[in-house]
Design a protein around this ligand. Structure first.
Ligand code: F6R
Length: 243
């Protein structure tokens, strides 16, 4: 628990930068699993600052984003492709071919094979080193809404009503929020070597308590992180207030 989300975000970014530099010194790639939404914005801002002011390079970084709405045009301002470009990628020196984000433009017939390939691509580079996560009020991680099983993999999911309500302001009304998404599974996330979970604000206090102290259950997918041996939960005071 930190005094503020700004302080916590800097700590999380420093951990990511430390790993990138360590891998760079060995001539190895760093594989990052990335999230969208409001929670990681401060981490991305700090990574950009470290790139611009302290020479942190992303030349050897490969990224896999957790999720994308379906259907979603990549050029739309609502897409997670656009979000990642604006909030991180266009400000750093990552190679475009090293960026992976689930494709919201796929037809129903294409989704399953795309999801299998996404898993294979993660495995082919040796798995995710650090996975950044936020938590939804439903207890989702990625878009693994309740119920999601421990061994679930990248797949199409139906978004929970609460998740769509939370997304509605950005879309100008719930009727404009897509009903589906493609998301990495709980099992995909659990394979990450290290997990950094970020949660800020009063609205997350109840679900943060459930995640950390609640019974492990498919009904609160984030509780599966209790099984993960190397998860750090970064909280501000308000998100930690129910613990
Ligand atoms: C985003 C994602 C979601 C969010 C969660 C919290 O890629 O997978 O699980 O992390 O909905 O969203 P914010 O951070 O906006 O509160």
């Amino acid at each position: 628990t930190f005094d503020s989300k700004e302080v916590a975000s800097k700590k999380a970014a420093a951990r990511i930068a430390e790993l990138i530099q360590d891998r760079d010194s060995k001539g190895e790639n760093t594989i990052l699993g990335l999230a969208t939404g409001s929670s990681p914005l401060g981490v991305y801002a700090e990574l950009i600052r470290l790139h611009k002011e302290e020479g942190l390079s992303f030349q050897n970084v490969i990224t896999f984003n957790l999720d994308e709405y379906l259907p979603m045009d990549a050029n739309s301002a609502h897409s997670y492709v656009y979000f990642m470009q604006e909030n991180l990628f266009k400000h750093i020196d990552i190679k475009p071919e090293n960026i992976h984000i689930p494709d919201g433009t796929l037809s129903q017939e294409q989704v399953d094979s795309f999801c299998q390939e996404y898993e294979q691509k993660i495995a082919a580079v040796g798995g995710i080193d650090i996975q950044l996560l936020g938590i939804g009020r439903t207890g989702h991680i990625g878009f693994n809404e309740p119920p999601s099983s421990l061994d679930s993999l990248t797949r199409q999911v139906i978004l929970h009503e609460i998740t769509r309500i939370d997304a509605a302001p950005g879309f100008g009304g719930i009727e404009h929020v897509p009903s589906s998404a493609i998301t990495m599974g709980v099992g995909t996330i659990m394979k990450a070597k290290e997990v950094i979970m970020l949660a800020w604000g009063e609205s997350k206090a109840a679900i943060v308590k459930e995640m950390i102290q609640g019974e492990i259950s498919e009904q609160v997918p984030a509780t599966f992180l209790q099984y993960h041996a190397n998860t750090q939960v970064y909280l501000d005071k308000t998100a930690a207030s129910a613990l």
